[in-house]
Ligand binder design. Structure first.
Ligand code: PLP
Length: 428
């Protein structure tokens, strides 16, 4: 039996079936964009380990920094201070949008979202949270209460957090109001205003939480006009604006954060995934004026700010900066969109290719324009067979997330594009 098949068999005996992995491939080692399976097969990982490995697998700087840190101190446990943890926090606030200059470290994306919600409720002394239909913010009960990318994630977990309301995400490709980008009356925003009029008053609303670039829900960037208007609405009512940049942050879009594309600064930001190149770390980052109202002991953690994760985070930010990876991803990302639009954009089953930098979504449609999960699955299967790991998203799993590491080589990119284009053209 192949090693991968044997490992899948052992996993199925020991892990709950609730744990879902994308592919039955056991990976033995990884470097950059390449991973080697336990069966000796080479793959190009264009999922970046689920949008985490923005500088690829086992970047030498990350490995060296983590190794060095492990030799001196592994754990602080919220008991004492450590230079590496403080330096990582200083580094992170130096790249987040201006004004977001204090943070709380935790371990996962969901934990950062939980922290952001707690912070907003605590400092505003209001209960209401407004999030967006299609959003994904994590699996813990608080984060799940604001997650609506798929009802499957919420099945049998009700009742969830009270005083949480959803309004439509500005997913313009499938505009719920049937408008077009050149004729948009920002109806999604009006819906939010209606919610404040009819469902929860503004003075009881703590925060509006949004992914500025929708991830799991379908890879769609919210229009800058919408985010700007949202900022104004929150200011008008004293509501905190929280951006979940867990997936879209840390250079993925060719800027440090998707917020930078829109030129909108939120009050609070959740950051995770790419922050430490695979080591568990996340952060709630916020304006000083907000954070200073969160007193000692109002939130806490045992593992958050782990020195080894923080060493990896410092190395990650330095690598992205010194290797000029933001500019590379931004420039090559634009060329990538042009290329994909030319090669597969006109295919009748491709509805839209969109994104910024190396955060690109390819949406598959049926001939009638409905989400086409089976076409997407067929292309993903073709790619996997040809040694390319790509993953889907969207409620019907009908969108490919094209998310290589920012330091992917031109040759790797070219070879994957050829395989992807071949997969699309083979669709009947
Ligand atoms: C935007 C966003 N928020 C939160 C999360 C939850 O992160 P984690 O799985 O680390 O808890 C994810 C995970 O995919 C995400 O994409």
């Amino acid at each position: 039996m192949e090693h991968s098949a044997e490992l899948v068999r052992r996993s199925e005996r020991v892990f709950t079936p609730a744990l879902h992995l994308y592919y039955p491939v056991a990976v033995a080692s990884g470097r950059g964009t390449c991973v080697l399976s336990a069966d000796g097969k080479h793959y190009l990982d264009f999922s970046s380990g689920l949008a985490v490995l923005n500088i690829g697998h086992n970047h030498p700087r990350v490995v060296a920094a983590a190794r060095k840190q492990m030799e001196s101190l592994i754990h602080t446990g919220g008991i004492y201070y450590n230079e590496t943890t403080v330096a990582a926090a200083e580094k992170l606030v130096s790249i987040t949008p201006a004004g977001l200059d204090m943070l709380f470290f935790s371990n996962s994306g969901a934990e950062a979202v939980e922290g952001a919600i707690k912070l907003a409720r605590f400092v505003t002394e209001r209960q209401g949270i407004i999030s967006f239909t299609r959003a994904f913010h994590g699996r813990t009960l608080g984060a799940l209460s604001v997650t609506t990318s798929s009802a499957a994630y919420r099945r049998r977990y009700h009742p969830l957090l009270p005083s949480v309301y959803q309004v439509p995400y500005p997913y313009c490709f499938r505009c719920p109001y049937r408008q077009s980008s050149d004729r948009c009356d920002l109806c999604c925003l009006h819906e939010l205003e209606e919610t404040l009029k009819h469902r929860i008053p503004a003075e009881e609303t703590a925060a509006v939480l949004i992914e500025p670039f929708l991830g799991e829900g379908g890879y769609f960037p919210a229009p800058a006009t919408f985010l700007k208007a949202l900022r104004k609405l929150c200011d008008r009512h004293g509501i905190l604006l929280i951006f979940d940049e867990v997936q879209s942050g840390m250079g993925r879009t060719g800027r440090w954060f998707a917020a930078d594309h829109a030129g909108v600064v939120p009050d609070v930001m959740a950051v995770a995934k790419g922050i430490a190149s695979g080591f568990p770390l996340s952060a709630v980052v916020a304006r000083r004026s907000v954070m200073e109202k969160w007193p000692s002991g109002a939130h806490g953690t045992t593992f958050g700010g782990n020195p080894v994760s923080c060493a990896a985070s410092l190395a990650t930010v330095d690598a992205i900066t010194e290797e000029g990876l933001l500019a590379t991803a931004l420039g090559r990302g634009t060329a990538l969109l042009e290329r994909l639009n030319q090669t597969i954009g006109c295919h009748p089953l491709v509805g839209q290719v969109r994104g910024f930098g190396y955060m690109v979504g390819i949406e598959f449609v049926t001939c009638d324009g409905f989400p086409n999960g089976s076409a997407c699955e067929e292309v993903l299967a073709h790619c996997l067979k040809r040694g390319v790991i790509l993953i889907g998203c969207g409620p019907e799993r009908h969108v490919i997330r094209f998310i290589p590491p920012l330091n992917v080589s031109e040759e790797e990119l070219e070879s994957v594009l050829a395989i992807l284009e071949e997969g699309v053209s083979a669709l009947s």
